[in-house]
Design a protein. Structure first.
Length: 505
């Protein structure tokens, strides 16, 4: 309806996978390259996980198009297959002559014979399983048994599982540990950040034939990022509805009004990707509990104790902040009463200081003990973030000497690294586990790895402090993938993958 209005050849934001609209930014292209490499050069099971609408099926379709011609592809989209049905489904895709009432052992034998023949002809068979999180446990166990099909030195069948985060929960179960141990590569599709969303929308519009300036205003982009949670399917839905709203009003620019109309017309699940409401729920619960406590504190209550045999009554004021309740140390028994001072308008913007916990008097020579900082009070102050991801953190005294050295080198390296350059991600972990980074760097240093190619960065882009270890500097993702194949084994133990510099900005 709006195609001619915006000069488009086809709808740019369809939610059905269209490989011509595959966006290789936001690490999607690097993940695709790594998948192709893992399938054609490695053994074991590969897993790709991502939230609903994060682009797993699109990635799977593009993967099917770009695998080499000597790879026979079997795509299973039905997650409800039983243990025996999956064997028949694979046999059917390979056109094996198996009777419908054949026993599963006979199907497995015929399958193995066909795979051995294909291997002898230089062909590889890969099974792509979509919606793997919805498969019965018995079927997942059959997948593990299929991974055992091998010749003298090579696996005969490559298996790739695509699933939602629930698949990770299933594999974490004790009875699934044998299958999990066979997964040699794990890839995750993270949601798009705001800059990625800007490039994504522009790419899809131009892939559909648009040639003008961007139609999405900065305010509209911000609203799309907040409402979509970075999930590509949601972005497509919002963008499509916004284009329709702009067409209806005769506008060629999309602003907050059009996005608001699109949002009103959507009913996104709050459970998806720990949606905003889901993320707020623990905090809202805590706020509710504290509110109840404050209201309950409106009625002064007394705590009686004895000090040298004399009863003492301590009154807790409802005006005191909630974090002060129960945290102030008892004041000596003779403390002088403190008259409350009326708050001035200028001072009303700041929370009142906690009142003393006792109304008794104290000798003038005896000073009250200082109030120790509580964890709650410490958490209330926001932690300062570095200006850039690669900034060398000044408050990292616990990091080891090699980590500090490579962190400073990484800061200087990232400062001059163009956004379109690529590197190999060797390792990443929470900053609290800095000892693992130091241990890895020691192993690399003692094994003769050229440490000038090794860099460490510190980042809070994910919402929590993390360290990462990288290797090399390459012009393209293809060059990084080629270099990754030649890495020594010690650099490959943590399943490295290519990554673009812009992802650390």
């Amino acid at each position: 309806m709006y195609l001619e209005h915006f000069g488009l050849n086809e709808p740019p934001f369809r939610i059905t996978p269209h490989t011509d609209f595959f966006f290789d930014g936001a690490n999607r292209g690097a993940t695709l390259d790594a998948l192709i490499y893992a399938i054609t050069h490695d053994e074991g099971i590969v897993k790709v996980s991502g939230e609903v609408g994060s682009g797993k099926t699109m990635l799977c379709r593009v993967l099917m198009e770009r695998l080499p011609e000597n790879v026979t592809i079997i795509y299973l989209a039905n997650p409800s297959l039983s243990r025996d049905d999956i064997l028949y489904a694979i046999a059917d895709e390979l056109s094996l002559n198996v009777s419908e009432n054949a026993r599963s052992s006979a199907v497995m034998r015929a399958l193995q014979e066909h795979l051995i023949k294909s291997f002898g002809e230089g062909r590889q068979v890969v099974v792509l399983i979509d919606e793997a999180h919805a498969m019965p446990v018995e079927t997942l166990e059959e997948i593990r048994l299929l991974s055992n099909l091998e010749a003298n030195r090579n696996k005969l069948l490559q298996l790739v599982l695509f699933g939602q985060p629930e698949l990770n929960d299933i594999l974490a179960r004790p009875d699934m540990r044998q299958l999990k141990e066979r997964i040699t590569h794990n890839f995750g599709l993270a949601p798009l950040v705001r800059d990625d969303i800007t490039h994504y929308l522009d790419f899809r519009m131009r892939a559909a034939g648009y040639r003008g300036p961007s139609v999405f205003s900065q305010a509209a982009l911000k609203m799309i990022a907040q409402s979509s949670l970075g999930l590509t399917r949601r972005i497509n839905i919002l963008a499509d509805k916004a284009l329709l709203a702009a067409f209806s009003s005769g506008s060629h620019q999309i602003g907050p009004k059009e996005i608001q109309a699109a949002i009103r017309d959507c009913e996104f699940s709050e459970a998806t990707y720990g949606g905003k409401a889901a993320r707020k729920s623990p905090a809202m619960f805590i706020v509710a509990v504290l509110g109840i406590c404050v209201l309950a504190g409106g009625v002064l209550f007394t705590v009686s104790r004895t000090d040298n045999g004399a009863p003492v009554t301590a009154a807790i004021s409802p005006q005191a902040p909630a974090t002060a309740v129960g945290t102030a140390p008892p004041t000596p028994a003779n403390a002088a009463p403190v008259e409350p001072t009326p708050a001035s308008p200028a001072a009303s913007a700041t929370p009142p200081a906690p009142p003393p916990a006792s109304t008794a008097t104290a000798p003038a020579a005896e000073a009250p003990a200082p109030v120790p900082a509580t964890p709650a009070a410490t958490a209330a102050a926001p932690a300062a973030k570095p200006e850039t991801t690669g900034a060398a953190p000044s408050a990292k005294p616990t990091a080891g000497p090699l980590t500090q050295e490579r962190l400073e080198a990484g800061h200087a390296w990232l400062k001059h690294l163009p956004d379109d350059r690529w590197f190999i991600q060797l390792f990443a972990t929470d900053a609290s586990r800095h000892a693992e980074v130091e241990s890895l760097l020691r192993r690399l240093s003692s094994s003769g790895v050229e440490m000038s190619n090794i860099h460490v960065y510190y980042s809070e882009l994910s919402g929590k402090p993390r360290y990462g270890v990288t290797y090399g500097n390459y012009a393209t993702s293809g060059a990084a993938s080629v270099a990754m194949r030649g890495l020594p084994q010690i650099l490959r133990v943590n399943k490295p993958y290519p990554r673009q510099a812009v992802r650390l900005r």
